[in-house]
Design a protein around this ligand. Structure first.
Ligand code: FAD
Ligand code: DHB
Length: 392
């Protein structure tokens, strides 16, 4: 088999890259280790920056999003049992954020690709990448147990944090930057209307909690829990009781409860590799960087990376020049590091850390007080939250 771009991974990065290339008449094949059903049901992110939404709409995969998503002009920071609204719309000159689940974007991108006659090979195994340092890239894998080889001009490593592309780059080429946290997020989906119509990020002495949503009938809720926590220790009653305690507010605000139909724990990590390229292989999305979920930048960064990568491939196939491809890593890393800074800052402001002292609690409360009362601080928060302008 031969194609122009071989894409490893059908997550948001791989599928969006395939979509952007398809629109420009550039051939690609996507290979994915999981089944179509699995990737279309995998529960993950849900909050989209304005730029991500605009790109999905402009490129023709935003129709269902426009019908079914929820647009938010603001959010609430809650501490000391009081809520403080940040009006992002007003502070950013009219930008919003949008709730639309990651697996819905996956469904829309898979459908668009298959309708356009593009290839996604699901349920492949034993994936290995070759030749990206000597000019003849190829991807080897098994499809229904049979060995296959896909030759290509370039490989896009869009295979997430635990994929094979990044570890295939020779030792000594990449520099890793990492911070691990001693806690994770327990996330649930519940059949309950959202308790507030915008997101509520809560600071509490028992730990962080976040109220978000998927639809007008379904709530998505998160609790900070220790890293080694066993989900079996969290009965539905315990989850609701902990949420009630952490998000409690003055007045007659009430947490809506309902049957929990999905739960899981995700660890928190900040991670970047530099550069995001080696020879003819480019890393995009979680394959190159991970942010803690506070601020919801992971999915949005994956889309931002492949937008730049697609521009590089378009220039190469139109002119034979690799100027833009050579700058891929540098352009992406500027945005990646700003998103790292923001996610780290929000995580630090809102979570309890093992090493915290009484000083740190007072510092966090002062930070929250500042960010909810100073227009300058609120503006900085809002412009990062809705997404900084695209580079280049
Ligand atoms: P992925 O979505 O991980 O896609 C990679 C794809 O590659 C997967 O489909 C995988 O099956 C496939 N793959 C892996 N290895 C191979 C291989 N060897 N061969 C072929 N295919 C392979 N972000 C937020 O903003 N908010 C959230 O609430 C949030 N929650 C999250 C919860 C969890 C449990 C996780 C893991 C992530 C969460 N994220 C969240 C982060 C966000 O979902 C990711 O940043 C986003 O999925 C990145 O997209 P990606 O395409 O780079 O990687
Ligand atoms: C969601 C997740 C986040 O990490 C966040 O900061 C906001 C929203 C969500 O899943 O809806």
């Amino acid at each position: 088999m031969r194609t122009q771009i071989g894409i490893v991974g059908a997550g948001p990065a791989g599928l969006m890259l395939a979509h952007l290339l398809q629109l420009q008449g550039i051939e690609c094949v996507v290979i994915e280790s999981r089944s179509r059903k699995y990737i279309e049901e995998r529960v993950r992110a849900g909050l989209l920056e304005q730029g991500t939404v605009d790109l999905l709409i402009e490129t023709g995969v935003g129709k269902r999003l426009q019908r079914e998503s929820l647009t938010h002009q603001g959010l609430e920071l809650r501490f000391n049992r009081r809520g403080h609204r940040i009006n992002m719309h007003e502070l950013t000159g009219g930008k919003n954020v949008t709730i639309y689940a990651q697996q819905e974007i996956i469904k829309d991108l898979v459908a668009a690709r298959l309708e356009a006659g593009g290839r996604i090979i699901f349920e492949v195994s034993d994936v290995t990448v070759h030749g990206f340092d000597n000019g003849k890239p190829s991807i080897r894998f098994r499809e229904n147990g049979e060995a296959r080889e896909l030759q290509c001009d370039y490989i896009a490593g869009c295979d997430g944090f635990h994929g094979v592309c990044r570890p295939s780059i020779p030792a000594g080429v990449l520099t890793e930057f990492e911070r691990v946290y001693s806690f994770g997020w327990l996330g649930i989906l519940a059949q309950a209307p959202p308790s507030s119509h915008e997101l509520v990020y809560t600071y509490h002495e028992r730990g962080f909690a976040l109220l978000t949503m998927r639809t007008p009938q379904i709530s998505r809720l998160y609790l900070q829990v220790p890293n080694d926590e066993d989900i079996e220790q969290w009965s539905d009653d315990r989850i609701w009781s902990e949420l009630r305690t952490r998000v409690a507010a003055e007045g007659n605000w009430k947490l809506n409860e309902g049957p929990i139909f999905q739960k899981g724990i995700a660890p928190l990590r900040s991670y970047v590799v530099e550069p995001m390229q080696y020879g003819k292989m480019f890393l995009a999305g979680d394959a190159a960087h991970i942010v803690p979920p506070t601020g919801a930048k992971g999915l949005n960064l994956a889309v931002a990376d492949v937008r730049i990568l697609a521009q590089g491939f378009v220039e190469f196939y139109a002119t034979g020049k690799t100027r833009h491809l050579e700058r891929y890593s540098e352009i992406c890393l500027r945005r990646v590091w700003k998103a790292q800074r923001f996610s780290w800052w929000m995580t630090n402001m809102l979570h309890l850390f093992d090493t915290d002292t009484a000083f740190d609690r007072r510092r966090q409360l002062a930070e929250l007080d500042y960010v909810t009362t100073s227009r300058a601080a609120m503006t900085s928060f809002a412009e990062n939250y809705v997404g900084l302008p695209w580079d280049e």
